[in-house]
Design a binder for this molecule. Structure first.
Ligand code: UDP
Ligand code: MG
Length: 139
């Protein structure tokens, strides 16, 4: 299993608040290389599939509705130890608990609208990357 790639989305709030450039700049400044990237919008059905792992959680319906509410930026990132290092860069799920300087601390307003997604394992990084990108779209 690959250990040097992770998958990210700039969520609808991050895009709506005009943070695409700032977030991508922080990501590349932290040493991540962009292997694939797409500016797109999820339908409710696709958002539901992407977050199917959370289907039984109380926040699932709100999450699906939020994630399909506007455009997002999806990307595959490459760096040694990508999954763990990117989780460190984005910070805690709740921006109020995210360390200073993390993406969620800098760009997110709430636990639900928290600006950035990051894969939580190498296996999920592969599944989530394949959800958006074919092999021909990965460089
Ligand atoms: N989420 C939410 N309320 C919660 C927990 C999570 O709205 O109590 C949303 C939030 O957008 C989060 C996403 O669901 O980023 C996925 O949750 P997870 O626990 O996987 O957090 P993450 O891995 O994104 O930090
Ligand atoms: Mg997660």
């Amino acid at each position: 299993m690959r250990t040097n790639r992770t998958f990210t989305m700039i969520k609808p709030d991050g895009v709506a608040n005009n943070y695409i450039g700032a977030i991508l700049n922080d990501i590349t400044a932290a040493g991540f290389k962009i292997i694939a990237m797409k500016y797109t919008q999820l339908s409710p059905s696709l958002a539901g599939k992407f977050y199917a792992i959370h289907a039984e959680r109380p926040f699932y319906n709100d999450l699906v509705s939020f994630m399909s509410s506007g455009p997002i930026v999806a990307a595959i990132l490459e760096k040694d130890n990508a999954v763990a290092d990117f989780r460190t860069l984005i910070g805690a799920t709740d921006p109020a608990k995210a360390d200073a300087g993390t993406l969620r601390n800098k760009y997110a307003a709430s636990m639900s609208e928290n600006a950035v997604h990051g894969s939580d394992s190498n296996a999920n990084a592969e599944i989530e990357s394949a959800f958006y990108f074919t092999a021909f779209e990965q460089f």
